[in-house]
Write a protein of this length. Sequence first.
Lengths: 379, 77
Amino acid sequence: MGDWSFLVVAVVITALAFDFTNGFHDTANAMATSIATGALPPRIAVLISGALNLVGAFLSTEVAKTISGGIVDDSLVTPAMIFAGLVGAIVWNLVTWVFGLPSSSSHALFGGLIGAVWVGAGVKGVHFSVVTEKILIPALASPLIAGVVAVTSTYLAYVITRRGRRDEVGRGFRAGQIASASLVSLAHGTNDAQKTMGVITLTLISAGVLSHGSGPPWWVVTMAGLAIALGTYIGGWRIIRTMGKGLADIESPQGFAAETSATTVILASSHLGFALSTTQVCSGAILGAGIGRRLAEVRWSVAGRMVLAWVFTLPAAAAVGGLAAAVAEQGTAGIVVVLVAAIAIATGIYAVSRRDPVHAANVNDQPTAAVMSQATTAA
Amino acid sequence: MNVKWSALGEVAVVAFAVGVAIVVIFAVGVLAWSVRPAADTGRDRDGTLATVAAGLCFLACALIVCYGIYLVVPQFH
């Protein structure tokens, strides 16, 4: 039997920290349009989403059996590389959060691992064909599919209800939004919490704390579920504002159409075995819902910045992960250095965010150009 | 490289059909519900009809949501 080395503890803590950032980065996916249209009060929305993420974490039994799904050669991966990869993913998640950009947490995790393995084990450890298959193609396809479904359903929703009484129609769609948003949250919990459980479990196995082939112990399931639920509840208000108010003007029929489109695409893809990014599906659906209502304003500059963040997520997380791996591979002192640096960066980003705090009370205000440029100069 | 194009196509077709269908059914339900106050003007039977139509639409949506929950929760499989 192996033991709880300092490294193993560091991996478990960073994995839970990543899970937390995963949660607050993705609250927006489920709840942004419900908050924007007033279907749910902000505080209630994040509470429902957090609770359903926790439920989802316990419901799903299918824990990831490989750390990366074959994107890197798992036999070459050491705990130090996992640690470095997680640090890369956390840093990138925080950077995109402070700019309020919805980017994929899974891409950040994969990017961090790719960078760490590339530096730690050489370029042969990275399977680029799998990167194309599991990241590149889905990244192009997911917003497109969700967008087309959302454009069509939004257009039809407005045509069908044109003769209805406006107030009653709005109320009806807001009620529908509560159900569709809840389903997105549940699906998120069953998917994303599993990644962290998988990472922690596989690290414990490689360190000899758990025997080969064992599933995640109850405390891993509980802590991963709590971390993602807490992150969701804290709520990435900046990203919620971008997705709810920044991308397009969203009325309740559009919100319902966007969430329903996103839910069906997510469920269809996970059921039919094609992995799509939740964040990109939801963003695509919101853009589609914006286009589907005639004369609705779609802010393409915000959408452009978001797409730019998508393109940079993998390489940027890989760069940070690679740098962290180079230091962390030096032994315990290296790991301490990376840990301290990561905490310093996180604190710095948090300090920047305090200059222009976004919270439940002002989440529905229109993001102003001045704020965006201020954030740019601050970073 | 082994891109599952057929799976991707399947996702696109299924998601389009189901997503659009739910929104259309729900929109019809909302429309029916919103014209229901026509009952106040004495056209009582129209009001009942609208309420029943709305109820059926929402029931259909609820059933689809239940199937969605069934898909999400692995214990049900």
